[in-house]
Write a protein that binds this ligand. Structure first.
Ligand code: TXA
Ligand code: MG
Length: 328
């Protein structure tokens, strides 16, 4: 459970900011979000301005409980209800048919809307105090690394956000799993904090796993979640050798050293020891990328974990961080 730093006073203040059309950065279990009143088109538009995000990229509406789902969407299939029941509050986002309360500004003009109930005491307290839905993308500038602490948010957005609620470090560390639940058979649009194995276990049928290289929906671009440094992906056994070569070529090299090679001697400017546990890796991922940026690395050499469980979401983010520059 995340440490709760925000006090009742802060929650009330944040709810007031939302009511007045302002922007609040809020902690969730995945990453920090940049929130606005979902029913206030002007406030929602400000999110896009602050992030520098194209207006066609749809946002997620955060609500306080699955009980309120029907206030925001229509025609909910039985499978979607089953998923909401099992995984909410939690890192699962359901795409469903848009209800009338949701302005088109929040959905990038789509007739569907993404909804989730975050599993974070501060987010839930804010949503209850506010009483409505909060649209929130990750609280970073468009294309860059998502924030997992309140300090990351301040570094990314500074004064552009009206209030930052501090809820400690995010416990999941990668964004929610997005599932298109409009049809009878749900489809994963973005791998995330709920694994596809967990989804399949609840649904009792196999699900398609998304191809990273293919842009399926607006807002899922191949170059995303990217640090300033160029990320290069190589096979795990080549990480140490590639780092040496790059260092000799004059790069300031940051290395994601795979757990299996933890004892290797590495020639690099900065080294991150990748945790062996996928939970710890996901929790640390964005912080590691930020840290190597802070240390002035211009090149990051990393490898992909096995693409199962949370490893699938980590690999997805690393591929996007590497963007079109991937050499695997
Ligand atoms: O964990 C998360 O999901 C975090 C926290 C803050 O909740 N939020 C987040 O939001 O990652 P954002 O905006 O960075 O990513 C949301 C993605 C969009 O890029 C888009 O791909 C997808 O959700 N999305 C939203 N509405 C959609 C829709 N109607 N149809 C398909 N995809 C949609
Ligand atoms: Mg994002």
């Amino acid at each position: 459970m995340a440490r709760v730093r925000a006090r009742t006073h802060d929650i009330d203040k944040a709810a007031g900011v939302l009511r007045n059309g302002g922007l609040v950065a809020l902690p969730t279990e995945t990453v920090y979000g940049l929130g606005a009143n979902a029913e206030d088109p002007a406030a929602v538009s400000r999110i896009f301005q602050v992030k520098g995000r194209p207006a066609s990229h749809p946002l997620i509406v955060h609500i306080s409980s699955a009980e309120h789902l029907d206030d925001w969407v229509q025609d909910v299939p039985a499978t979607a209800r089953l998923l909401a029941e099992h995984f909410w509050p939690g890192p699962l986002t359901l795409v469903l048919r848009r209800g009338r309360r949701v302005p088109l500004e929040a959905t990038g003009g789509l007739e569907t809307v993404a909804v989730r109930v975050p599993d974070h005491p501060v987010a839930l307290a804010l949503l209850s105090a506010f009483g409505g839905g909060v649209t929130a993308p990750s609280a970073n500038r468009f294309g860059s690394v998502s924030p997992t602490t309140a300090d990351d948010v301040r570094a990314e957005l500074g004064d552009a956000v009206d209030f930052v609620l501090d809820g400690g470090a995010c416990q999941v560390g990668v964004e929610s799993t997005i599932v298109d639940a409009t049809g009878e058979i749900p489809t994963i649009l973005r791998p995330g904090g709920v694994t596809h194995e967990d989804l399949e276990a609840v649904l009792g049928c196999p699900l398609a796993v998304p191809e990273t290289s293919h842009i399926r929906v607006p807002g899922q671009h191949p170059s995303h979640y990217a640090p300033r440094a160029q990320v290069v992906l190589v096979e795990p056994e080549k990480v140490v050798a590639e780092a040496k070569v790059a260092q000799e070529l004059g790069h300031r090299v940051g290395v994601f050293l795979p757990a299996a090679y933890a004892d290797a001697e590495v020639e690099a400017h900065a080294v991150v020891a990748v945790p062996g546990s996928m939970g710890a890796y996901a929790r640390g991922l964005y912080g590691f990328l930020r840290e190597l940026d802070r240390q002035g690395c211009d090149l990051i050499i990393a490898s992909l974990p096995a693409e199962e469980g949370l490893g699938l979401a980590i690999a997805n983010r690393l591929r996007r961080a590497a963007g079109p520059r991937t050499i695997v």
